[in-house]
Write a protein that binds this ligand. Structure first.
Ligand SMILES: CC(C)(COP(=O)(O)OP(=O)(O)OC[C@H]1O[C@@H](n2cnc3c(N)ncnc32)[C@H](O)[C@@H]1OP(=O)(O)O)[C@@H](O)C(=O)NCCC(=O)NCCS
Length: 187
């Protein structure tokens, strides 16, 4: 067996397909909340055990699922949107599983799905409170900073999306992402 594998490149498994869409099924919603807990409670330690709040009662959940053999297998991306005031929409709880970051533009496509969905629902402004280390990421996606705020004891920027860059679409929209092969550093 070992002779058969001699010379075979030792590299991590890289998924070939992701879907991004609104979360609809109980499985998708459970994975969405599990990922948020993993990122905002365990990784970033912003919340103790549960990051859910009153906004979740009205918010629209959006997910990215990693596919195996064409079928969604695991929820690896999440974001939510809600209408805070008439015409003013907000996005929050953007998270991509650590093993899937900087791989298939999952974060960027979750933002596109969030803003374009809200645009389709009548948003005239779309805002988010963005952690400082992600401000450049949002700027590159056509967002501008409106100023610095402290949230959960951490520096954030109030940021606004340029809606002209996010054409409105309906709630049935699905994006299929196929990461391009890249050289990855294996520790
Ligand atoms: C921020 C986050 C959502 C980005 O998701 P991601 O899937 O890794 O981002 P993408 O792959 O879509 O990135 C698109 C591009 O932006 C770059 N990028 C990603 N994060 C960046 C950052 N923080 N600053 C600058 N550039 C960044 C990527 O390298 C990629 O560049 P490329 O197109 O030249 O290859 C992810 O890192 C995450 O979940 N972090 C932990 C939770 C968090 O911080 N949430 C946001 C709260 S505001």
């Amino acid at each position: 067996m070992s002779r058969m594998l001699e010379g075979v490149e030792d590299r991590p498994f890289i998924p070939t397909e992701y879907v991004v869409r609104l979360a609809r099924t109980p499985w998708e919603r459970a994975g969405y909340h599990a990922l948020r807990r993993e990122v905002f409670c365990h990784e970033q330690k912003i919340f103790a055990e549960d990051d859910r709040d009153a906004i979740d009662e009205d918010a629209i959940p959006i997910i990215a699922a990693c596919c195996m053999a064409g079928m969604p297998d695991r929820i690896v991306g999440a974001v939510r949107i809600h209408e805070a005031e008439p015409g003013l929409w907000r996005g929050s709880r953007l998270a991509v599983h650590a093993e899937h970051r900087k791989l298939g533009r999952i974060g960027a496509e979750l933002i596109r799905m969030a803003v374009s969905t809200a645009h389709g629902l009548g948003a005239q402004r779309f805002l988010a409170q963005v952690q400082e280390q992600n401000v450049l990421f949002f700027r590159r996606l056509h967002w501008k900073s409106l100023g610095v705020v402290t949230l959960h004891g951490l520096p954030h920027h109030d940021m606004q999306a340029d809606l002209a860059r996010y054409p409105a679409h309906g709630q049935d929209q699905t994006w299929l992402l196929r990461p391009q092969p890249r050289t990855r550093q294996v520790a």
